[in-house]
Design a protein around this ligand. Sequence first.
Ligand code: DGY
Length: 436
Amino acid sequence: MATDLKKEAQDILNDNFQAGGYTIPCKGLYPFQWKWDSGFIALGFAHYDMEKAKAEMKTLLDAQWSNGFIPHIVFHQKSDSYFPGPDFHQAELHPLSNKQYPSTGMTQPPVLGFTLEKMYKIAKDKTDVLHFIKENIGRVYDNHNYFYKNRDPKNEGLVYIYHNWESGTDNSPLWDDIWETMNPPEYTFERRDTTHVDASQRPSKREYDHYLHIIDIAKEHNYDDAKIAELSPFLVQDPLFNAMLIKSNEALIDLYKIIGGNEDKVAQLEQWQAKSMASFNEKLYDNELGAYIHYDLRNERPIQFVSSSSFSPLFAGIPTKEQAATIIKTMMDKFGGDDMYLCASFDPTHERFNPKKYWRGPVWINLNWMLYYGLLDYGYDDIAARVKSDSIELLSKVGFYEYFNPMKAAYEVEQKGYGGGNFSWSAALYLDLINN
Ligand code: DGY
């Protein structure tokens, strides 16, 4: 069984890999290159085809803007199977955008630092991969520099996201109260996602109105960061995004130390790191909930909900031992019942939980993957083993889907996964999990 799944995972990645040197998340629904997908995908390739892993990283980095920004989607080719495409986003409005690669004007979680480090750890030919890292690490550093220079208006060491699509957790209930503060126009547009996937598993039309409206506001100001910080109705400090930045800072420090030299960059990274870690524990840890939470910078209020993002700081070594014990207890109490697969994307005890709808409850393999490594780092081997076996059981049961129902009872009714099928990061991270 395991061998077949391994072959199936590799076939999916190979099949989704495009002639241009990048991998689509899945056919139909997502026909371009996505930033955080690319990082996870490169890790999967690193286990059996390092040239493809390098190509994946390189095509994404080639689309970097001259201010260090890396977009969330690179539209390498034309496709009418996705909305909103390059004509809606108009990233070229930004004076420093990359005129060679059409893209969006928003970003996604900073996965590239820790991806490079994992590639190095996985590599059999370390000299070859180190050469690749030497050539490309500066571009990842520039991306971090972009974040700290442009996305931290109060100089807290915590960067903001200005769009829910930047979080990666696109339609999480976390954002519902922000939508309440907005009243976007009713857009007329043709959804494409719901021609590929059952509408009950995707965001609503009204949610899309909000998503498009935030982009329109950014476009009115040519995607200027200072204007966005001043005017965007969505401005959030996200623990998942910031944990990944911190994890990637650490990876860059480790890699620069292996490469040698670059003392100024190491010093800068260490400075960012110290400040980010301290602010993170001060501002994003909620004692009452026993979990990390998001902070709404626009409306100056904490977003007090527990989601799978609440546990992601484990992956970056942010919690103290005591905090780790508390958040893991919160996770097991709310998300860890015997009737559930770990780890639902939103608090299963909350009325906003929906086990079928995109980021409003289903299990996602990339969050499980981070959780697995985080739990191991803190010495919670048994719970880590459960996260791993739950993930593998889901993938074996229904295939390499995009997301999964966390309720075990659901599989007695129907054996199926949700969203896109033959989904690249589910395949890629499976290859990493079974190799650990
Ligand atoms: C989508 O179209 O749902 C994407 O996830 C946006 O990044």
